[in-house]
Ligand binder design. Sequence first.
Ligand code: AP5
Ligand code: MG
Length: 186
Amino acid sequence: MLLVLLGPPGVGKGTQCRMLVERFDWQVISTGEILRRAMREGTSLGQKAREFVDQGQLLPDGIMIELVRDALPLSTIRKGCLLDGFPRTIPQAEDLAVWLKSLPAQLDAVIVLMVDDSELRRRMLQRAVEEGRSDDTSDAIAVRLETYHRQTAPLIEYYRAQGILHEVSGLGTPAEVQKRIVECIP
Ligand code: AP5
Ligand code: MG
């Protein structure tokens, strides 16, 4: 089983992935978490990531593609896996398709969480107070939202055309959102 959780910054992808992993004992590959850990540890990936993440910009596709290929062997997909934060551009989605074909494996569903931008801003500014994530500043949030609409939202039509897209409202409590997501899992 391989699922993608797609959606704008602050919509609840991480929250929902953590809940799904507890429920199904799957693995989650969160590219944002991998980059934040590398930044904390000061590795060469972390140093590179900092140039982009703190500004709210995407890292180059080549870096992300290599990172996900390494993290996504066939054995992980067989056990069940969630992708949080990847793919985020059409080239990333195309490369994922090539990688899956080579394994061979397939993407079972893409779930896109939707919430309006004002609620997204509210959630991220609230998290800034609670957790102090380095990209939860109002400047970086503005860039992340604009980047989402320009570079990531086209994936919605890309996956709709493949017949594997499920659109889910991200409003309500995390438990309510979780219920909607579980109903979409094939
Ligand atoms: P990433 O870590 O993926 O961040 P993001 O997409 O900006 O999303 P967030 O993690 O902020 O939000 P989320 O949807 O996970 O929501 P959460 O559950 O936390 O990426 C960070 C950066 O890494 C990117 O900007 C880029 O630089 C780089 N990067 C990562 N992947 C990349 C890729 N593939 N290519 C290139 N670059 C890449 O919830 C948000 C808040 O809301 C929390 O406080 C939560 O408690 C709260 N909340 C959750 N659910 C609800 C609810 N139902 N109601 C009210 N509040 C809620
Ligand atoms: Mg997240």
